[in-house]
Design a protein around this ligand. Sequence first.
Ligand SMILES: [Zn+2]
Length: 159
Amino acid sequence: MHRIGFGYDIHRLEAGRRLVLGGIDIPFGAGLVGHSDGDALIHAIIDALLGALGESDIGSHFPDTDPRTKGARSLDQLESVMGLLRSRGAAIVNVDTVIVAEEPKMGPHVAAMKAALGPLLGVPASSLGIKAKTNEGLGPVGEKRAIACFAVALIQLPD
Ligand SMILES: [Zn+2]
């Protein structure tokens, strides 16, 4: 059988921090604030996968009160969720995502994000959508105070 899941995340941008998004470092003057590395794209994908599995959200799997998650790499959290998926005999059919950011331009980084995430998710680049758009200057994202991400994931589970 197939199950679909949906995830959303938003993190504040702060000047002088390292920007980690989609599992890669992006040279920019500001980065995402978070208990972990703040990778909002991976967090949205994790929530989509957990949703498809019928699990509770990322916050309950990786609580921000847990000192072990402090400064954690989101890639490692994704790997742990992939372990959970495999333990249920599930595999990903495809993942599609949207990054909403006024700056920096994401287009030049999409191929590197796919290269970082595809092997971990077990899907080819053609089954991992990463689309980027601005928020047309509207709201906190438009004012460059945050980056938001949306993700859907389709998984196949044993019948
Ligand atoms: Zn997050």
